[in-house]
Design a protein around this ligand. Sequence first.
Ligand code: CMC
Length: 449
Amino acid sequence: MATDSLTITDNRTGQTYEVPISDGTVRAMDLRQIKVDEDEFGMMAYDPAFTNTASCRSSVTYIDGAAGILEHRGYSIEQLCEKSTFLEVAYLLIFGELPTAPQLDRWMFDITHHTFVHEDLKHLFEGFRYDAHPMGMLLAGVGALSTFYPDAKQIGDPEERYMAAVRLIAKVPTLAAFSYRHNMGLPYVYPDNELNYAENFLSMVFKKTEDRHIPKEALTKALDVLFILHADHEQNCSTNAVRGVGSSDVDPYSAVAAGVAALYGPLHGGANEAVLRMLRRIESPENIPEFLERVKQRDEKLMGFGHRVYKNYDPRARIIQQYIEPVFEATEYSPLVEIARELEKRALDDEYFTERKLYPNVDFYSGIIYEAMGIPTDMFTVIFAIPRTAGWVAQWMEMQEDPEKKIARPRQIYTGERELEYVPIEQREGPEKIVGPPARRPKRPRRGA
Ligand code: CMC
C-alpha cells in the first residue's frame, strides 16, 4: 500500500477506499467514488467559506499563520519593506523574480507612462452623486476600463496580459484619486510623471494651486511601505473573487473589478475604516474596559483584530507600527493613537482574546496613518485597492498558466423542496404577512432635485 494515501472506510457500506495524499491534501474529486448505490452522485466535501479547502496551487505568496510569517515569492515581508519599493514588489509578484536594474527601469517607465485615464472615464466619474462612496466609484471605474481596452479580452496573448497588468497598476491610483477629488468637489489632478508612485498618488489627491505637489518624505515612505504590506495576501476574499470571476475567461479589468467589490466589505478591506470609526466611538482610553466588555458580550466586534489565517500577531501590523512615529512627526499628533495602543495592550492581556488567538491585524494601525496623512476615512479601502491590484494581477496571471484551470463552479447541498405540483394563484393559502421592505427610512436629499 502506498504510504502517501488516506484509507477511508465508509461505515454505511463497510467498503474501504484508498485516496492519494499530495502536498498534505486529498483531492475532493477522489471522494466522488464513495457511494452507497452505483447510481448515486457520490460523496462531496462540504466547506462553506473554504476554511479548509485549497482552491489552487500558487507560488506567489506564502503565509504561515501560526508563526506569523508572510513571504512573497520566497522573500520575507520584513526584507521587502526594508529594502524594496512597491513597484519592485509588484514586479516580483507578477513575474516571480526580483527584476534586474534594466528590467526595473523598463517596468517603472511603462507604469509611469500609463497613468493617464481616457477623458471619457473622467466624464463617467462626473456623473456620480457628489457624496458617492469612492469605493463604488473605483469599482465602476475599473470595470469601465475593460470597455476602453477591448483587446484585453485576448487573455491568451502574453502582450495583452502584460499591457493589462501595466494599465491596472498605473491607472488604479488615478481612478482612486479622482474619486476623492469628486467627493471633495475639487478639480481632478492629472498624474505627474516626474514623481514616484506614492508621491504621484498623494499629488493627485492633495495638489491645489502649487505648480508641483511634493509630499513629505516620511509620508511617501510610509505609504510605499503600506502599499508593499497590502500588495498580496494569497487566497483572501477578494483574490478568490478575482480568480473565481477570472476563471470564466473574462477580461482582467472585469476580474479585478470583482476584487474591488469584495474588498469593499467591512470584514475585508473596509476594516481599517471600521477601526477608525470604532476608535472615535471609544473616544478616550478610560472607555476601553467598557468597550471590551461589550465585545465579550458580542454586542461589538473589535475591528482590526483577528484573522482567518493569522492565529498570531499579523507581521504586517508589527511593521506598520514602526512608521507611526515618523508620520506623526511630519504631521499632527492624533489622540486616537493612544486609544489604539491602550486597546491593543488590554486586549492582549485578556484571556477572551488570547484564547481565541485574536491579535491585531494589518488594519488596526493603517487607518490611523492614513488619517494622519489627511486622507478621509471613506478613502481607506480605496487605498488598500491600489497595491492589492498588483496581487490580483499576479494571481490572475498565474491562474491563466495553470494547466488545471477550469471555470470555478462549487457544488451545493440542496436543502429545498422537490417535485412540487404548481398551484394556481387563486388556490394558494399562506400567512397574512406580505413580504416587502422594512419601514421606509427618510430619503437623503438629492442635489439639484
Ligand atoms: N472581535 C471579537 N471577536 C472576534 C473577532 C473580533 N474582531 N474576530 C473573531 N472573533 C471571535 C469570534 O466571535 C469567534 O468566537 P467564538 O469561537 O466564541 O464564537 C472566534 O473569535 C473565532 O472567530 P471566527 O469568526 O471563526 O474567525 P474568522 O476566521 O471567521 O474571521 C475575521 C476572521 C477577520 C473576519 C474576523 O476576525 C473579524 O471579523 N475581524 C474584524 C474585522 C477585521 O479586522 N478584518 C480585517 C482582516 S485583515 C485584512 C484583510 O486581510 O482583509
